[in-house]
Design a binder for this molecule. Sequence first.
Ligand code: UT7
Length: 340
Amino acid sequence: MSPATAPSSPYSSRIVGTGSAFPHRRLTNDELAAKIDSSDEWIRERTGIAERRISDPSNPAEYNSSLGLEAALKALEMAGKKPEDIDQILYATCSGDTIIPSTACWLQSKLGATKAWAVDLNAACSGFLYALSTADMFIRSGQSRTVLVVGAEVLSANVNWEDRTSCILFGDGAGAAIVERAPADSSSRILSSHLESDGSLWELLLIPAGGTKAPVTHEGLDQHQNKIQMKGKEVFKVAVRTLADFAVRAVESNGLKVSDIDWFVPHQANLRIIEAVANRLDFPMEKVLVNVDRYGNTSSATVPTMLDEAVRDGRIRPGQLVLMDVFGAGLTYGSVLVRW
Ligand code: UT7
């Protein structure tokens, strides 16, 4: 799907505020390696991850919706807006507070966004870009003026901490963006989004039990059927290919070259994946934004937390071209190109 080629609208959308939040607890590789047969050296070499943040399930301030709330409040403050200004909340997550109500509704209640309608969106690690693209569509259609887009996860609850091939990767966190209506010819705007999924690859990354297809049983719990199962090597290969492909689609559909991009913000799953993609694109690592070393793979939160960090420390500046690029369970893929 390419809004770059969609019928014209008098509106475009632009990101006017970002925010992020992480739980307090740092889990270092050494601490993790003491519980599984691994080492700090192996994890750093194979993933680039040094530590990750883990939510305390007994602390309500670290529920998924609470991290989302902290990120949303920071984004609102940057945008100079109030909760009542929001008319839509799109909450990307695959590790929400409850199945019903949606985590978006928990957030709406905590935030006091009384004029908004709120919904969760699950595209796993690709969720933030799916939600951002959806926000762009609602704004360009004229239906929404101000949309809060959140990507937030407490995946530590869904990780099998005895599986050394997957537990080393994941962490918790939340990122948010305020997206607002702008004139179609605004310099700062979302230029295009490309989304795609391939459901036939479901087996590469899944949580088998806990849905209606396979409710959790005592036996299933013993076998960790309610936790993440991943074919890491296969995911790695698809990730490198599709991230490179979606980066090229984004720039070419806008008549640009990869070298025109000021900042590349890929999904943060493994530094080796990111480096392999940069290598394929012949793109310098100095212009690739990376936080996987400090937070691990926070799924739908990787891109918005990274954006927020780079906006706040002044790396991302108005007028720059920022290319976001993701993949996730499903499998799902996508890229969004923004002129900041
Ligand atoms: O949002 C999407 C999330 N998922 C991903 O992006 C996953 C992408 N895949 C990856 O990041 C990598 O495939 C992993 C980090 C999961 C694994 O790295 P790898 O370089 O592909 O390792 P491997 O699976 O080829 O395993 C190499 C060796 C194996 O031992 P043998 O068979 O060579 O003796 C594994 O058993 O490393 C072993 N191994 C470990 N050793 C120490 C696997 N996990 C660990 C570990 N510590 N944590």
